[in-house]
Design a protein around this ligand. Structure first.
Ligand SMILES: [Zn+2]
Length: 444
């Protein structure tokens, strides 16, 4: 019986286009006539997955036009092996491995609490239990705990696992999970024969975990660089700097991350590590940009339901890709008739992975405050996208006598005479508009 080498892609994410992204790789060798249980156990052993606690999902892609096939039983393995026999290269038909908890509900609750909420709700829910009362004063709910010692009680396993990931990055070593179940969490150092170990178990089968023993002395030689795993560092540093990005106005660059991590925690990061940590933090906060675009149709639907007679439009390319989006809320539309007929339009770059331009149209209300009229997100600032924007705008707002549209694009192409003529027209309508335009810098 011949052996077949198989590449594993794991620790990745499925994106909304059915692609497996941001994975790590490993490999296994299997007999051609392997069984489903053998496949699972080989993968679990190689990737150190505790199958008593996790469900291993195995998929592979045969071609681009077909969604991934999942291997669920012996027949699935046979089909895969027959396919793989055609091309026995290690790189052909990699297995895409996802792992999830048996109890998805529990996993979701845990994720929510580790993302920063206090976990009070969970405690309140369980307040009837006598165990809770005993430990309530000292239950740790944050995974960013800097002091970790025997006897500490954590609200759940997720929190303790997060705390230990932080700990390993701060102390520049890597641990391995020796045992992990709903009742116990046992870690050892990756170095062989090292005495470092950590053991926590649940308190009387509740969600809470207590540290039972913790030997923090390594008997191995730790080497800072080799022992910091890139992915783990990114996730840990990313979750640590996440609060910095809650306010979009805060500027916090990868360089700042490097400086702060060094001064506060003595951890040296390369620029790329800091950059990845920043990306990770933003992703943790806002999700993936591609997913946001995916949510637009739903968002627009809700917008229309919530604010009836608003105008929202989504234009796609012939191959169903995002092209333009346009929003004019009902309150803005109804406010327009009470404003002077001057519209200021502008375009600004969106500094995200997918670029794009945001176009806006605003006016000034009677009190001199800016009233936005409509905005759009388009692929780029060109005549076609502007034209589309104005078409939508005109459909909603129509034309009014002496209506004037001001844009920085047009200004540049005006001659001075034309421009002065237009400005005096604006002045005729309302002198304050001219001073407003002057303030925003038309003179440039
Ligand atoms: Zn060690």
């Amino acid at each position: 019986m011949s052996k077949i080498p198989i590449m594993l892609h794991f620790n990745g994410n499925w994106d909304s286009y059915g692609r497996f992204r941001d994975f790590q790789v490993d490999g296994i060798v299997l007999d051609e006539e392997t069984s489903y249980s053998m496949l699972i156990s080989t993968i679990a052993e190689q990737l150190m997955i505790d199958t008593s606690e996790k469900i291993v999902e195995i998929k592979y892609i045969v071609n681009e036009n077909c969604p991934p096939l999942e291997i669920k039983n012996n027949m699935g393995v046979s089909v895969y092996m027959e396919t793989k026999k055609e091309n026995k290269n290690l790189g052909s038909y990699p297995l895409l491995i996802s792992v999830r908890d048996f109890n998805m509900e529990l996993a979701i609750t845990n994720e929510n609490t580790s993302a920063g909420s206090s976990g009070t709700i969970q405690l309140l829910d369980m307040s009837a239990s006598p165990i809770i009362e005993e430990y309530q004063s000292e239950i740790i709910t944050e995974g960013t705990q800097s002091v970790i010692e025997e006897g500490q009680v954590y609200q759940d396993k997720q929190t303790i696992a997060t705390a230990m990931r932080h700990y390993s990055v701060m102390h520049k070593f890597q641990f391995r999970v020796k045992r992990s179940s709903h009742r116990s969490y046992w870690l050892i150092c990756v170095a062989e024969n090292c005495n470092w170990h950590f053991k926590a178990t649940s308190i009387n089968d509740s969600a809470m975990f207590k540290i039972r023993s913790f030997n923090r002395q390594h008997t191995c030689t730790l080497m800072d660089d080799t022992f910091i795993q890139r992915k783990r560092t990114t996730v840990v540093v990313g979750s640590m700097v996440m609060p910095k990005y809650c306010d979009p106005k805060t500027v916090y660059t990868p360089k700042d991350i490097q400086t702060d991590m060094l001064s506060q925690h003595g951890v040296t990061l390369s620029y790329m590590q800091a950059w990845r940590a920043k990306e990770k933090a933003l992703q943790l906060l806002r999700g993936h940009p591609a997913d946001s675009y995916n949510k637009l149709p739903k968002y627009f639907y809700i917008l229309e339901k919530t604010y009836p007679s608003s105008v929202v439009k989504l234009k796609k390319t012939t191959d169903e890709c995002f092209l333009y989006a346009f929003v004019a809320l009902c309150t803005l539309i109804s406010g327009w008739e009470y404003c002077r007929p001057v519209v200021v339009v502008d375009g600004t770059f969106l500094k995200i992975a997918y670029r794009g331009i945001m176009l806006t149209a605003s006016t000034m209300d009677a009190t001199g405050t800016i009233l936005p009229l409509a905005y759009a997100v388009v692929d780029s600032e060109n005549d076609v996208s502007w034209k589309w924007f104005f078409e939508q705008f005109k459909q909603i707002y129509g034309e009014r006598t002496s209506m004037c549209v001001v844009s920085d694009r047009n200004e540049r192409s005006y001659t001075l005479d034309e421009f002065n003529e237009r400005m005096s027209k604006i002045e005729e309508i309302d002198p304050r508009v001219k001073s407003y335009l002057y303030d925003i810098g038309y003179h440039r």
